[in-house]
Design a protein around this ligand. Structure first.
Ligand code: ZN
Length: 672
C-alpha cells in the first residue's frame, strides 16, 4: 500500500500493528490507482520517521553511523575489531528473538554492541528503551559518556534530537520519536514506569540486581515493562558471571533455548575451533612469573589441529574468520536461527576471544590464580567467564574442618548442661531440611539432630510430639522454639510452598502448644541489629486473607552466618560458647555448611555468597541460632536458670520440658 501525502511524498506502508484487519480493508478500498491520499500534514520530522528505513543489519548500520569518541580506537565503528559481536547484534534484531543473554569476560566490547543496537533501533525500528545498571552512578555515567555522545557524534542519530538541551538528561534522553530511560536496579522507583520496547540490563550479577537468595527482582520488574510490546520487545541481559547462582549464569543455563560459543578459524590449517585456556602456552609452566609473561608478551596459542603457534595478531585474524556455533552441535548461528527460530538466545564469551585482551594477559591471570583463592576467582570470572565454584579439593578440606567440631555425643541425645532446644527449618519444594540444636546458658551449643522431613505432618510430629532424652539421665527435653524460613527464592519459584507456610503458621503459632513456632525470612538488606519483627501481614502471597494477621521475624542472615562460623572456630579452639556436632554428623551436613563463602563485593563490603547449590543446613543453623539469641523476642537462652546450680534442679528441668512460660516476653510481643 502506498500513502500519498499532501506534499506528494509517497510512503509505502505495511499494515501497522495498531490497525485492525477491517480498518486496513477499508483503507485499501479507498485507494485510487494503488495510492491512498491522506489529507494530513506531517511535520518534516514526522515524515522522516514515518518513512520506512531500509532494514539493514545493525552490524552494517554500525559501520555507517556509529562513531566512537572515547575509545582506544576512535572513529567509525569497525566490525573487524570485535568480529564476534556481529553475530550477537544481528541476531538480536531478528523478529522472533526476545531475550539476548550474554555471559562474558570484561573488555570484550559487549556493552558497546548493546549501544550500537540501541543506535540502530533509533534509526530503524524506534521504541522506548530502558537501560538498567546496578548503580545510579553507572547509569548516569552511561547516559552521559556513552549514549549521548553516540547520538551527538552520528549525523544520522543527531537528526532525531529535539533541539532542547533538557532532553539530554542523565536519566533520560528524549528524542523526537522515542525516549531512552536510564535506571539503576537498586531503586525500583528509578525504573521508568512506562511500557518499553527495548531493555538493556547490564552487569546483572552485581549487587543491586539481587541474587537467587533475595526476593526483590529487578529483572522481573523490567520484564513486566515489556509486556505491552510482548511480541516485538527485546531484553538484553549482560554480565560477567560471579557465582553459579548469580543472575547471568542462571539466565544463561535456564532461560535460553540455545547457547552459542565463538569458534575461531586457524589461519594455517583453517580448522574451526573453540579456544581453550589449555591451548594458551608459555615457557616455564606453573613456575613462570606472571608479571614477566604479561609484560613481555611471552604466551602464545597453539592450534589444536596443526599445532602452529598464534600470537595476538594471528588470534585476531582467526577470530575474524570465526563464527558462533550452537553448543552441542556444529551448526553455525545463522543456520541455527533460521531453522529453529529460538526466542531466547545465550552467548558465552571468554576473554581470549577479545581483541582487547592479550593471550599473555590470560596466561598471567591463570598463573596468579595459582597464588590464592581470590585471584583464582578473578581468573574464573574475568577470563574464563565462568562462575566461581569451590574446587573439590579445597572444599573437601573445609568440610573435614567442619567435622572436627564433632563430639562423642550420640545423635538425638541432649547434653546434660543444655537448658533449651531450638529448631530451624528451611522450606524446600521437596520438604523441610531441619536442624535441632541444644543450648547451654553460655551459648555453647550442640547439633543433636538434623535431616529432612517430607511433609507438614512430619514437621508437626517433630515439633509437638518428639522428646529427646538427656544424656546420662532419665530426663527428656522437647523443642522450645522453632523457626521456619518462609522464603522461597527467586529461581526456585516456590510461591506455593510460601503460601502453605503462611497458612500453616497461622494455625500453629498459638500459645497452647509447648513449642512456639515463628515464621522467619532473611532480610534483603543489612539490619542494624541481628533481627527485627516484620510488619503485620494480612494476606498470603496470593492474596488469601490471614484472619489474625501474622508477623515474620526478619533475620540479618549474614550476621548469623558470621556468628555460627565464629562459634565453630570457638569449638575447634576449645573456647567457651563453641558450636558442636553430634558424633554421626556426615560429610553431607558439612557440604551444606560450606556451601556459602564470605566474599568482598565491589564496594569492599563482605557478604556471604552461595558457591554451591544446597545450603539448607546453614540456613537452618542460622535460624536455630537466632531463636536462642538474646535479641529474639522474649530473650535468649542466657535467661535460663543455670542447670548445674545446686537446688531444685528437677523442678526447673520439668519447666523446660514444657517450654518457658510467657513471663520473659516483653508486653509488646504478646500484643502482636
Ligand atoms: Zn591450525
Amino acid at each position: 500500500m502506498t500513502l500519498l501525502f499532501k506534499e506528494k511524498e509517497e510512503i509505502r506502508v505495511k499494515r501497522p500493528k495498531w490497525c485492525s484487519e477491517d480498518l486496513w480493508q477499508t483503507l485499501t478500498g479507498l485507494m485510487v490507482g494503488g495510492i491512498l491520499t491522506v489529507n494530513v500534514a506531517f511535520s518534516k520530522a514526522e515524515r522522516k520517521i514515518l518513512r520506512k528505513r531500509k532494514q539493514i543489519k545493525p552490524s552494517v548500520w554500525s559501520e555507517k553511523h556509529r562513531v566512537l569518541v572515547k575509545s582506544v580506537l576512535p572513529g567509525l565503528w569497525k566490525n573487524s575489531v570485535t568480529p564476534y559481536l556481529v553475530g550477537i547484534v544481528d541476531a538480536a534484531a531478528l523478529p522472533y528473538i526476545r531475550e539476548i543473554i550474554i555471559c562474558k569476560a570484561p573488555q570484550t566490547g559487549v556493552s558497546e554492541i548493546a549501544h550500537n543496537f540501541v543506535g540502530s533501533r533509533i534509526d530503524l525500528a524506534p521504541g522506548d528503551v530502558l537501560y538498567t545498571f546496578p548503580e545510579e552512578n553507572t547509569a548516569r555515567g552511561n547516559a552521559k559518556d556513552r549514549v549521548t555522545p553516540m547520538i551527538l557524534n552520528s549525523v544520522r542519530l543527531r537528526s532525531y534530537l529535539t533541539g532542547y538541551e533538557k532532553d539530554l538528561a542523565s536519566d533520560r534522553i528524549n528524542l523526537q520519536h522515542m525516549t531512552i530511560y536510564f535506571a539503576w536496579a537498586g531503586s525500583p522507583s528509578s525504573m521508568a514506569n512506562k511500557p518499553i520496547r527495548y531493555a538493556i540490563s547490564d552487569e546483572i550479577d552485581k549487587p543491586g540486581f539481587g541474587n537467587a537468595k533475595k526476593e526483590a527482582d529487578p529483572l522481573d520488574q523490567i520484564d513486566k515493562r515489556l509486556t505491552t510490546y510482548r511480541d516485538i520487545s527485546k531484553h538484553w541481559k549482560i554480565s560477567t558471571p560471579t557465582v553459579a547462582t548469580g543472575n547471568v549464569w542462571q539466565e544463561l543455563n535456564h532461560n535460553t533455548d540455545v547457547i552459542f560459543e565463538f569458534h575461531v578459524k586457524c589461519p594455517f590449517c583453517e580448522q574451526l575451533q573453540l579456544m581453550k585456556m589449555t591451548q594458551i602456552k608459555w615457557e616455564g609452566g606453573s613456575k613462570a612469573d606472571p608479571r614477566e609473561i604479561k609484560n613481555k608478551k611471552l604466551a602464545w596459542y597453539e592450534c589444536e589441529a596443526c599445532k602452529e603457534h598464534w600470537d595476538d595478531n594471528i588470534r585476531n585474524k582467526a577470530a575474524r574468520h570465526g563464527d558462533w556455533i550452537a553448543r552441542g552441535s556444529s551448526i553455525a548461528i545463522e543456520t541455527y536461527l533460521e531453522k529453529f527460530r529460538p526466542a531466547n538466545i545465550g552467548f558465552h564469551l571468554p576473554a581470549w576471544n577479545s581483541y582487547f585482551v592479550s593471550l599473555s594477559e590470560c596466561a598471567a591471570a591463570f598463573l596468579k590464580g595459582l597464588e590464592n583463592k581470590k585471584k583464582l576467582k578473578d581468573f574464573r570470572n574475568g577470563f574464563e567467564a565462568l562462575p566461581w565454584e569451590e574446587y573439590e579439593v579445597l572444599a573437601k578440606q573445609e568440610d573435614e574442618e567442619v567435622l572436627k567440631c564433632k563430639t562423642d555425643l550420640p545423635p538425638q541425645v541432649v547434653p546434660e548442661s543444655a537448658v533449651a532446644l531450638t529448631a530451624g527449618f528451611d522450606l524446600h519444594k521437596a520438604g523441610f531440611p531441619y536442624v535441632v540444636r541444644a543450648w547451654a546458658k553460655d551459648f555453647t551449643s550442640w547439633l543433636i539432630d538434623y535431616g529432612h522431613l517430607g511433609n507438614w505432618q512430619d514437621l508437626e510430629r517433630l515439633l509437638f510430639e518428639t522428646v529427646y532424652p538427656v544424656y546420662n539421665s532419665d530426663r527428656q527435653m522437647r523443642i522450645w522454639r522453632a523457626g521456619l524460613d518462609t522464603g522461597g527464592s527467586k529461581y526456585k519459584k516456590e510461591i506455593s510452598s510460601t503460601e502453605e507456610a503462611y497458612l500453616w503458621l497461622q494455625e500453629n503459632t498459638g500459645h497452647s502448644r509447648a513449642c512456639r513456632v515463628w515464621g522467619c525470612k532473611g532480610s534483603s538488606n543489612p539490619l542494624p541489629t541481628k533481627l527485627k519483627m516484620g510488619s503485620i501481614l494480612n494476606k498470603t502471597p496470593s492474596g488469601k486473607p490471614l484472619r489474625m494477621g501474622m508477623r515474620l521475624v526478619l533475620l540479618d542472615t549474614d550476621k548469623f552466618k558470621d556468628m555460627f562460623y565464629d562459634r565453630m572456630f570457638k569449638a575447634l579452639s576449645g573456647e567457651q560458647g563453641g558450636a558442636w556436632l553430634h558424633n554421626e554428623t556426615t560429610l553431607e551436613y558439612a557440604r551444606q555448611i560450606t556451601a556459602e563463602e564470605k566474599q568482598v563485593n565491589e564496594k569492599g563490603v563482605e557478604t556471604w555468597e552461595l558457591i554451591r547449590a544446597d545450603n539448607h543446613y546453614l540456613d537452618c543453623e542460622c535460624i536455630a541460632s537466632a531463636l536462642a539469641d538474646w535479641e529474639w523476642p522474649g530473650g535468649g537462652v542466657n535467661l535460663f536458670p543455670d542447670p548445674n546450680q545446686a537446688g531444685n534442679k528437677a523442678e526447673k528441668r520439668g519447666n523446660q520440658e514444657h517450654g518457658i512460660g510467657p513471663k520473659n516476653r516483653p508486653s509488646w510481643f504478646n500484643k502482636r
